[in-house]
Write a protein that binds this ligand. Sequence first.
Ligand code: ATR
Length: 271
Amino acid sequence: MSITAATRVYGVIGDPVGHSLSPVLHNAWIADHKLDAVYVALTVKSDDPVAAIRALDGFAGLNVTVPHKEAAAKAAARSEGLVANVLRREDDGSLSGFNTDGLGFLDALAEGAPDWRARVRRVLILGAGGAALGIGQALSPYVDTIHIANRTATRGEQTAAAIPNGRTARWDDLERAFGHADLIVQTTTLGMADQPEMEWPVGLCRPNAIIADIVYRPLETPLLAAARARGLTAIDGLGMLIHQGARSFELWFGIKPDVLKARERLLAALA
Ligand code: ATR
């Protein structure tokens, strides 16, 4: 489809967005469905991100990444929560905010461990940022407890307090936390290419534990490699990326896109 003045423009905003896989993901789905639309990555640096987002009024829809998810919720005329990773332009020109991160994680979990609901009562989340909060809130109704372990304890306490059955676990005693969890979700930047690694006490995990890492560069983080070596269920970060994107696409276009094809395409883009 050639680009004309009628083409609807979508994109991902954040800082940085140069390595985002979202354009690959969405442009392939746009082509699959022969839509007159295009999806770009746009760096937004601003002292007033709410105003900057409101000024992007030519965009029909946006994904929002670090550090603008809170500003996106504020920029919207209505938002599902205080943090939005999806904005949709309505017919009257106003913006609606949504958050597909948490449900996208649940989709990825169901894909990697279809019986997770029977297996998981105690969750350990490593990290306390926006991703940790979204995942914790999405998991909350289905599990007994969610322990948050974060390097900075005060931030861990804040995130735990925003999750109904949230508790804190000590970052300096991860051995104990790992030994108790049925599901461990790694949401920090540790293990990302060029970032520090960490010796996670995977040897202490329960034999039936599920380990998920939301990092996808590299796809096989040291944490996931250790989990697989022990025969645990390991879930990589591409699943959440694809499923939060699929839910975004559905909010904009009313179409459920092909997630299996998306995985093949993103693996090729990563290679
Ligand atoms: P996001 O919104 O994507 O989750 P974020 O808000 O920047 O991102 O959160 C990053 C998380 O990674 C935080 O939990 C952070 O811990 P602090 O609250 O202590 O900063 C964690 N993190 C980043 N680098 C880390 C490191 N070297 N060691 C331990 N935790 C780290």
